[in-house]
Design a protein around this ligand. Structure first.
Ligand SMILES: Nc1ncnc2c1ncn2[C@@H]1O[C@H](COP(=O)(O)OP(=O)(O)O)[C@@H](O)[C@H]1O
Ligand SMILES: [Mg+2]
Length: 354
């Protein structure tokens, strides 16, 4: 049995179904991210695990013990919220000491632990400051130290980095990964940002409308999205349609014909109009022919993104594709220009028929 076992958990608010029979197993020491759009049920699940929200149905088992009806203080989990929720009138050291005082630790143990936590998050020199005298990143570190000080079995983090700017977020992502490694605590992390989820997690659970629609390692989720929703939510994928012609074993796509790739299975993917995805970074401008499947396109838009150019092209069958290309390779391109574009047949994925 897994360390944390969530079984058929459901929760509604009036007519809103926030959680719809959610199952999730988490191993001890794992870093699992709940990823999904706003309103998909991530916070509700996190709060149910913490014990702040009572589910209508289903159960939560930790280490073999059913805690579904156990009060939050008796679950002993650390929680970090988006807004940090530090005590404004307490110093950094006293904020970190707070959960230990509540648990009636001895004074000497508290001082020793606070010192250890301050050094773990690199705030040794700021122990006497109040939260308002700290930057956002420093406040976040205090919140993490406070949530970890009493040695929780699980740390629950609800979009803890979403208020930070990009560069600070990158730093805090690495910081969180280091804390996870050094403490060995099980982390359950909520975000709506797929890149953040990819960068940090052992596994990702993708949420949609109160359900977990796919669970897997970051690479697995990226490479094998299980549904149209996951394929569209992750990574600005191009979702396009084609027609499968069984007699010829070909796909009619972009106004042309392609021999069906090995990964296509008519039983699973459909035998008329089919849906597939192709990633912007897997599309390349090239000469017609060769190993790739190539087809004519017309450039509709070009925008500079910093590290590359994002082009939107139109195909002969009226579909639009986004292509990411190194800036240097497309300097002479112009809107309205006709070019050839291609992909390796093995780089595309087919979605299951509904
Ligand atoms: N306390 C509440 N009262 C009423 N509706 C709620 C409450 N909490 C969450 N919801 C609703 O439940 C759904 C899931 O919310 P939430 O779990 O906060 O989503 P997420 O964290 O993924 O953005 C949303 O439709 C939200 O409006
Ligand atoms: Mg939320």
């Amino acid at each position: 049995m897994a360390f944390l076992d969530i079984r058929k958990l459901s929760k509604s608010y009036g007519s809103t179904v926030a959680l719809n029979s959610v199952d999730l197993s988490v191993e001890a020491g794992e870093f699992v991210t709940l990823l999904g759009p706003s309103g998909s049920g991530k916070t509700t699940l996190l709060m149910a695990i913490a014990g702040f929200t009572r589910p209508d149905d289903g159960g939560i088992v930790i280490d073999g013990v059913d805690v579904t009806n156990v009060d939050p203080e008796d679950r002993d989990f650390g929680v970090v919220f988006q807004g940090y929720a530090l005590f404004p009138h307490l110093t950094v050291a006293d904020n970190i000491a707070f959960p230990l005082k509540v648990r009636k630790w001895a004074k000497a143990d508290i001082s020793a632990k606070v010192e250890e936590m301050l050094s773990l998050v690199g705030l040794d020199k700021l122990a006497g400051r109040k939260p308002r005298e700290l930057s956002g990143g420093q406040q976040q570190r205090v919140a993490l130290a406070r949530a970890l000080s009493f040695g929780p079995r699980i740390l629950l983090l609800d979009e803890p980095l979403s208020a930070l700017d990009r560069s600070l977020r990158d730093i805090m992502q690495r910081e969180l990964k280091r804390l996870h490694k050094e403490t060995g605590v099980t982390f359950i992390f909520v975000t709506h940002d797929q890149e953040e989820a990819y960068a940090m997690s052992d596994r990702i659970a993708v949420f949609h409308n109160g359900r977990i629609v796919q669970v897997g390692a970051p690479r697995e989720i990226y490479q094998k999205p299980a549904s149209l929703f996951v394929a569209g939510f992750l990574g600005g994928n191009n979702i396009v349609t084609a027609r499968y012609l069984p007699a010829e074993r070909t796909l009619q796509i972009f106004g042309d014909c392609l021999a069906v790739p090995a990964q296509f299975d008519p039983a699973q993917h459909g035998d008329g109009e089919i849906t597939l995805w192709v990633r912007p970074e897997d599309l390349h401008f090239c000469e017609p022919g060769g190993d790739r499947y190539t087809f004519p396109v017309i450039v509709m838009d070009i925008s500079f993104t910093g590290s590359s150019e994002r082009l939107v092209v139109g195909t002969a069958d009226g579909q639009e594709l986004t292509i990411l290309a190194p800036s240097a390779s497309v300097t002479t391109f112009a809107i309205g220009q006709r070019l050839h574009c291609g992909f390796s047949p093995s780089s595309i994925g087919f979605l299951p028929r509904d």
